[in-house]
Design a protein around this ligand. Structure first.
Ligand SMILES: C[S@@+](CC[C@H](N)C(=O)[O-])C[C@H]1O[C@@H](n2cnc3c(N)ncnc32)[C@H](O)[C@@H]1O
Length: 352
């Protein structure tokens, strides 16, 4: 990637300095972006530049508020002002105008409502070595996933955001070639079933069982079951205290193992091993930090969130960690498909 940035005189500017200036203003600009999304600003401007007065009508904001918001969003480059009219940049038109199940609107509102308040307590959490930010949520459970059961509305916002982001990155998994011979999939920690729904839609001979905690299984029943009949079924349970159901030739952990410690990951991989037949496969899909653990904005954000809030441990582990754990749990033919979109990797192991 060429990061050369030049100033007005064409001289190179240190890209780290450029990023520093963006970074220190990013929390404010992030919130301007989510506000613009909530006001449907980008959708209103889709293919249709508008004047300030027209946007007053669209957003319903007082004139001064709109002025402040437009300045903030224009400063990011997402909106462009030309001849007194506002229009979407190419990026905004492509990423920010949709309202489907994979919308950035749902992703960013979820991050704002659930993730980012916890980041203010990062120092405290890292010093304590546990997810101290979880104390903002009612209940006594050790992870965010279980505590959200006490806040059903927020749980729905959270899973909408997670699903939307998953749908943006899941095609690399769906088209990985790993499901051509799979007939019965166990999707462990399968959330609201969106991944399984997409998998069975693309692979007509596939059926899937989504294993997740009971309140999330209820969400899955609502979001996936109506369309897919009995090709996606749900199996409520706890990853650690309940057995995995038998009768599947492939077990998928998508965005699940990174939540936990290495020791817990080996336990979960071994549980999957126990219910697989000989020749059965385990697939681990999710974020990987780069091998030297220095790159990846999405994986860095995830690791910090897991430690401050979600579980108090885990990270976007590098591929070599997953390969070691797969071998430890008894799998053979261990390999990784690296370099998938959004810093993802797919780790594969086969039960001998
Ligand atoms: C990051 S989400 C991944 C969801 C989905 N697989 C995806 O790729 O979008 C992690 C999932 O693991 C589930 N989970 C976490 N702890 C669990 C536990 N102890 N038992 C069962 N499911 C659990 C959560 O409810 C959540 O749906």
């Amino acid at each position: 990637m060429d990061l050369t940035v030049t100033n007005g005189s064409g001289e190179p500017v240190d890209p780290v300095l450029e990023r520093f200036h963006l970074l220190v203003n990013a929390p404010a600009l992030f919130n301007a972006l989510t506000t613009a999304l909530e006001l449907d600003l980008f959708t209103a401007l889709s293919g249709r530049p508008a004047s300030f007065d027209e946007l007053l009508g669209t957003t319903g904001l007082p004139p001064h508020s709109l002025r402040v918001l437009l300045h903030a969003v224009c400063s990011t480059g997402l909106l462009v002002r030309r001849d007194g009219r506002y229009e979407n940049s190419g990026v905004a038109e492509e990423l920010l105008t949709g309202d489907g199940p994979d919308s950035w609107r749902d992703i960013l509102i979820g991050w704002r409502e659930v993730y980012y308040p916890a980041f203010a307590r990062l120092t405290e959490a890292l010093e304590a070595g546990t997810n101290t930010a979880l104390s903002a949520f009612p209940g006594h459970e050790a992870t965010l996933y279980r505590r959200l059961a006490h806040r059903p509305e927020l749980e729905a916002v959270f899973h909408r955001a997670m699903t939307a982001f998953t749908l943006r990155s899941v095609d690399a998994l769906v088209d990985s070639g790993q499901f051509l011979t799979t007939r019965r999939l166990l999707d462990v920690g399968g959330g609201d079933g969106a991944t399984s729904a997409r998998l069975v839609a693309r692979h007509p001979a596939l059926v899937s069982t989504v294993f997740d905690i009971p309140t999330v299984s209820r969400l899955a029943r609502r979001t996936t079951a109506p369309d897919l009949g009995d090709r996606v079924t749900v199996h409520p349970g706890d990853l650690f205290t309940d057995s995995f159901p038998e009768g599947h030739d492939t077990v998928l952990f998508s965005h699940v193992l990174e939540i936990f410690s290495g020791e817990q990951i080996v336990t979960l991989l071994a549980k999957a091993y126990d219910v697989l037949p000989s020749g059965g496969r385990v697939l681990v899909y999710g974020y990987n930090v780069s091998d030297d653990e220095t790159e990846g904005w999405y994986s860095a954000r995830l690791s910090l969130y897991l430690n401050a809030l979600a579980s108090g441990q885990g990270m976007a582990y590098p591929a070599r960690d997953y390969e070691r754990w797969l071998r430890q749990a008894g799998y053979g033919q261990v390999r990784t498909l690296k370099g998938l979109p959004y810093e993802h990797g797919l780790h594969i192991g086969v039960k001998p």
